[in-house]
Unconditional design. Structure first.
Lengths: 338, 338
DNA sequence: AAAACTTACTTAATCGATTTCGATACTTGG
DNA sequence: CCAAGTATCGAAATCGATTAAGTAAGTTTT
């Protein structure tokens, strides 16, 4: 391994001078700076991020956290898109990305400890159970963090615009003539609450009455539970004409349940998803859904986190809401009369 | 930040003793070892991975490389499954995972330099253009690496069993009565060659003649190009009865092309995918495909890499082939007579 | 021409942990 | 009772890089 010591010997200057030359310090003559850079290149010198991090207390490494429990794993497209865009933006800004998890090998660590252990400059909390004490500890610690789809105290967060998403979807089906709209929702999280409130509010504003049995609990990303909820809705004497699913993937559970009852989409039942993952657009019929701006969310998360890391003094926490986009699809039928 | 110095002061012993006590060295008395561990816990001590890495020359950090160019990005389910299982196994073994990329911020680095810069103990090359000189440099360097779906010289690699996969798929459609089988293949990579040769070999063994125009080039994970290939196949005077697609996602391109010609699956055309991603199993009709053992591949990759890192002396490179599993689906029709 | 700056380096401490080589005290064997 | 062995601990070097402080020239000011 080539170190600054090797360069200093080859150039006949001190290690301090080499370091300063390579970092563009002002008190190095043009001549020596050039000589140092050239021999550095000739010898194939690479800075050692570890040594630098130890000395300057900054690792240029940010953690990313996907908690394994909530099923919001990396392989869901929404999250893998976020991961990809966080990674791209962080790298653009000179930061590497390391996964933060509970328990590394034999050591039992919580998230906070893991982040400290790796001396991460900051952490993006991408998917997590926000009631988990370990998550809370990290998110309220002195380590800069950005959370996605949740705000701790009033710390920095990137929020998908669930209110607007629901509004647009409700308006869309309303204009197609639907009045009997059922809503299958995911676990009781802040996201769910926002969507549910927005759903109710928008319906109310449009003068639609939603009977309580039209609101069904299920779980995110779990086709089975949405299938069950669908079955209950179909058992009602007064069936809805349109069903909102918690997310695109969950709709697939509803799909097979509707299949079982020989109910065709959208002729006999209209459906709406959420997320706008690529899968939704290759289904036939194409799913009506709301695409969350995952790519931009990841980018903003990385950008804000690095801003906070690099200028902590003039930093104010902020919450950014990223709008999505309605994808019309073909799964909502035009009702001739209501 | 609590360091071993703090502990040493609190305990009235030297830093050396603290370090040894925490690492279970033999020349520390039971008493002091216990006292040190207790005050370490009391003070909330966390080892500093950076400092340790600098001293011992091991970072307990392994790199993972997904090259962005080939479209084999993280958000493809095959790769995100691999990522997830590499991550899980590495963490189980006490290693963290960092993404390795070209160009970090302003610095221009190739993959090898990036891995050195972060002093990765090893790198999993999960998805890459194996003709890229930067990839070759890394994969043939002194850094332990494991490649997926490609073998450099005879270094360690994890291979999906493409030969067996093709064999099984061909046999499957053969037994359904198909004799006119077309094969749309991806870019000319070693994987493609294996599949192509295996396809040809199996057909020959079964006495099936495949006319050259039944073999169409396209690109992996690119529905558009497979759509075009499909169009060409449909234009033939002697159409095939069954089409093999390069992967599940590409099949979707074929799907819309078949739609356009009002050809229904499997009644008028049978199709077969490859990969067995979850999407393939929620399509209707369910896709006949071959699931690659992504989860096991990732796990083995991490396991072998760590083995090589931890006992480089008694290490022999090896290639592991991971079998997959045929998913029958519903997209291959039973031909009454052939 | 003496005082006051500049410029261009070097010295040495430091980050947090590990590890080699002693050093000391105590135990055991002969 | 002395030599040898054992158990326990500490001093100091080290990993590679950064940086405050100091130094020795040369340059400018008055």
């Amino acid at each position: 391994m080539v170190t600054i010591t090797d360069i200093s010997k080859a150039c006949g200057v001190s290690r301090a001078t080499v370091s300063k030359a390579l970092n563009g310090a002002p008190d190095v003559s043009q001549d020596t700076a050039k000589r140092v850079r050239e021999t550095a290149k000739k010898l194939g010198y690479l800075p050692n991020a570890t040594a630098r991090a130890l000395k300057v207390g900054r690792s240029y490494n940010i953690g990313i956290l996907f908690s394994d429990t909530t099923g919001g794993g990396i392989s869901h497209e929404y999250f893998s898109q976020i991961l990809e865009s966080v990674k791209a933006e962080a790298e653009r800004l000179g930061y590497d990305i390391t996964f933060i998890s509970k328990d590394l090998g034999a050591m039992s660590m919580d998230y906070y400890e893991h982040a400290k252990y790796r001396s991460c400059d900051g952490v993006v909390i991408a998917s997590a159970d926000f009631t988990d004490p370990a998550i809370i500890r990290l998110a309220t610690s002195e380590i800069p963090t950005v959370t996605l789809d949740y705000t701790f105290d009033s710390r920095t967060s990137i929020l998908s615009d669930n209110v607007k998403g629901m509004e647009e979807l409700v308006h869309f089906v309303y204009e197609k003539g639907h009045r009997k709209i059922a809503f299958i929702h995911g676990e009781n999280t802040s996201v769910t609450q926002k969507r549910l409130v927005s759903f109710r509010k928008t319906c109310a504003a449009l003068g639609i009455e939603i009977p309580p049995e039209y609101i069904c609990p299920a779980r995110y990303h779990d086709p089975k539970s949405s299938g069950l909820a669908t079955r209950e809705l179909l058992a009602l004497s007064d069936r809805p004409t349109c069903i909102f699913y918690p997310d695109d993937l969950s709709f697939l559970g509803g799909l097979s349940e509707l299949d079982r009852h020989d109910i065709s989409i959208p002729e006999e039942m209209s459906v709406v998803g959420y997320d706008g993952i690529p899968l939704s657009q290759v289904l036939r019929p194409k799913l009506t859904t709301y695409r969350q701006g995952a790519e931009r969310m990841g980018r903003e998360a990385a950008r804000l986190l690095v801003e906070e890391i690099e200028s902590p003094d003039l930093w104010l926490p902020q919450q950014i809401t990223v709008e999505g986009e309605l994808l019309p699809g073909k799964t909502v039928r035009d009702l001739p009369d209501n």
